[in-house]
Design a protein around this ligand. Structure first.
Ligand code: PLP
Length: 378
């Protein structure tokens, strides 16, 4: 029987543990750290939780044994465009969602460093986002890192979505400054299309902080008097016991496609997103929400009946109802699935995220043609 599980110690899963180590090392190279540590885990949300707990442990190591009771109120800063997992992590870890301070973002969805600097209460963690979920915005990491450095704060970068741009020589500048982060969440299962789930939390510290924070030193697994180098028993860095060998999928894919193949995936997706943007600009009735930096193409479709209406509350109220109707029609017809949402005062708009290497320009044309067709009577 083939047990496709990664188990805690080198003696039980030698290949998977070594593969995980090799992949983490390679990801760390792309971040630009000289060394570091990391762990594959079940998702970007979990990576963010790992990082939050790790930053808190660094801030007050006694929390591991003493728990929360003796601690003052702890707060963390992140942007108002951050992924919702930051709130979930804060609630799960007993920090409390009210202690997550959301820093203002600019019109493109990027954290405003001056707003971060202005905040009074000293946080134990600043979380920047590289590739926000809705707008695909990249926070200015260098400027945020300057502030964190000045105040001695842990900087976590949630690059779950945008991290894969690091592989592309053309687009890696989006994450300029990421090497100054203390931890990074990066999901190869998003832009790189590794089989879901495939996510890593990467940590700059290589003095064993991750292990110190998470280990429970079970004597029946992690004996210190084994005949081999027990530093290979990396499983105690994880909050899980058995895990899926997620790094293995990524390793295989990387071997098969090479770094150039992965880079092409990113470049192709972003070129296709750009193509869609240019098509949207050409067509009557389509309106971009903003110029995207990444693969999130956000746009409204203004149907014929609304095109001559004056801009005002009534227009936006009516436009708000358009995307759900088109979505219902496309799903009932079975032609497409396209997400929509309202966002920060903006009425419902479509968000096309382009990643699959199987998707072509013709598909992008189809997407716009189909919206026009489905909404021609609206
Ligand atoms: N962070 C960002 C910026 C995301 O966009 C997402 C998912 O969309 C996550 C974290 C969560 O990742 P996962 O779905 O792997 O938990």
């Amino acid at each position: 029987m083939l047990l496709f599980l990664l188990r805690y110690t080198y003696e039980v899963s030698p290949v998977f543990l070594l593969v995980e180590e090799a992949v983490i090392k390679k990801m760390i190279e792309f971040i630009g750290w000289e060394g570091g540590d990391g762990i594959f885990n079940p998702g970007g949300s979990v990576s963010n939780m790992y990082a939050m707990n790790l930053a808190r442990y660094k801030f007050c190591p006694e929390i591991k044994e003493k728990g929360l009771s003796g601690l003052p109120r702890l707060v963390l800063f992140t942007s108002e465009e951050c992924h919702y997992s930051m709130k979930k992590a804060a609630s799960f870890l007993g920090i409390g969602t009210e202690n997550v301070y959301f820093i203002k973002t600019d019109g493109r969805g990027k954290m405003i460093p001056e707003e971060l600097e202005k905040q009074g209460s000293a946080p134990f963690l600043v979380c920047a986002t590289a590739g926000t979920t809705v707008l695909g915005a990249f926070d200015p990491l260098d400027k945020i890192a300057d502030i964190c450095e000045k105040h001695g704060l842990w900087l976590h970068v949630d690059a779950s979505w945008g991290g894969s741009a690091l592989i592309s020589r053309k687009h890696c500048r989006l994450l300029h400054g990421i090497h100054r982060a203390d931890s990074v969440a990066w999901n190869p299962h998003k832009m790189l299309l590794a089989g879901i789930q495939c996510c890593a939390l990467l940590v700059k510290d290589n003095s064993g902080l991750l292990k110190k924070c998470y280990s429970a030193e079970a004597a029946y697994l992690f004996q210190q008097d084994k005949f081999y180098d027990v530093s290979y028993d990396t499983g105690d860095k994880s909050i899980q016991c058995s895990r899926r060998p997620d790094a293995f999928k990524f390793w295989l894919m990387w071997k098969a496609l090479g770094t150039t193949g992965l880079e092409e995936r990113v470049n192709r997706a972003l070129a296709l997103a750009r193509y869609l943007v240019e098509e949207i600009k050409k067509r009557e009735g389509f309106q971009l929400l903003l110029e995207p930096e990444y693969a999130n193409v956000c746009f409204w479709y203004i149907p014929p009946s609304l095109r001559k209406m004056e801009d005002g509350p009534e227009f936006w109220q009516k436009l708000h109802q358009v995307a759900p109707i088109i979505k219902e029609r496309m799903m009932k017809k079975g032609s497409m699935m396209l997400g929509y949402q309202p966002h920060r005062g903006k009425v419902n708009f479509f968000r096309q995220v382009v990643i699959s290497p199987q998707v072509s320009r013709e598909d992008m044309d189809f997407l716009l043609d189909e919206i026009e067709l489905l909404a021609k009577d609206l």
